[in-house]
Design a protein around this ligand. Structure first.
Ligand code: SF4
Ligand code: SF4
Length: 247
């Protein structure tokens, strides 16, 4: 059986191969256990439809629909406390993507996770002079996602798969490249306004801070990266505990 999707959308993607090549966990530990206690629903933030609506390529949806009951097309009423008109978000979503909702983390099927589940909390960072240099994170999740406050925990296997996946995708699909180019540009504007540098998990394996104006890179130790919200306090408490143990 071929796994190439029958979608009219181009390019035709081999979704099975795409999923097999992009399956490594982001961190060695289950990061969902780190963030879920801070979410009122008790779910990891990225698996809670009230915080994030998953998106998939339309070819993925063609692939997933006959193979699993995990997903349905997003209706907008899945977050009971905050239903929204689906048209508002659909209008902001590029044509080649579709919004989905899953059965929830207690019913997750890892092999059928969508591309947005696999890339979260990262996206491919592209410089103003057109180079895909590595991973940057979804900055609006800074206060929620534990991984963003612990970038040093991201495995090299995940980083390598991420880079390989997007190298292949960008070669086939210039529209995807353009879409991430725009996201990278948006991130530079946001960080420039805040007078902050952008953490980059570089494709060479190093950790860097990038100046949003000049895009100058400075190599750093990942422990120097900023932490956010409750994870900042968590780190401080942990450090204090360690110090007490050391005395
Ligand atoms: S990626 Fe972030 S938000 Fe998602 S489960 Fe891990 S820590 Fe939580
Ligand atoms: S499919 Fe799994 S990883 Fe993706 S949002 Fe649902 S529970 Fe989370």
């Amino acid at each position: 059986m071929t796994s190439v999707a029958s979608s009219p959308f181009s390019p035709r993607l081999d979704i099975r191969r795409f999923y097999e090549g992009f399956a490594a966990p982001v961190t060695e530990l289950d990061c969902g256990q780190k963030c879920a206690p801070y979410n009122a629903s008790g779910k990891p933030f990225c698996c809670d439809i009230c915080h994030a609506v998953p998106v998939a390529f339309r070819q993925e949806w063609d692939y997933l629909r006959p193979r699993t009951d995990l997903w349905h097309a997003w209706r907008g009423d899945e977050c009971a406390c905050e239903p929204v008109d689906p048209l508002t978000l659909q209008e902001q979503t590029p044509e080649h993507l579709t919004l989905l909702a899953c059965l929830g983390p207690e019913h997750c099927q890892r092999e059928f996770r969508a591309s947005s589940c696999r890339e979260f909390p990262f996206f491919p960072y592209i410089t103003a002079d057109d180079r895909f240099i590595g991973l940057a994170y979804e900055w609006e999740f800074e206060e929620k996602c534990w991984v963003i406050s612990n970038l040093g925990c991201v495995t090299s296997a995940y980083r390598a798969e991420f880079i390989r996946t997007y190298d292949v995708l960008f070669e086939k699909w210039p529209d995807e490249y353009e879409s991430y180019y725009a996201t990278s540009e948006e991130m530079r504007a946001f960080f420039a306004e805040k007078r902050r540098r952008i953490p980059i998990l570089h494709r060479n394996g190093g950790f860097y801070l990038l100046s949003p104006g000049s895009e100058r890179l400075t190599r750093v130790d990942p422990s120097a990266y900023r932490r956010f919200g409750v994870y900042k306090e968590e780190f401080t408490t942990e450090t204090r505990r360690t110090r007490r143990r050391e005395i």
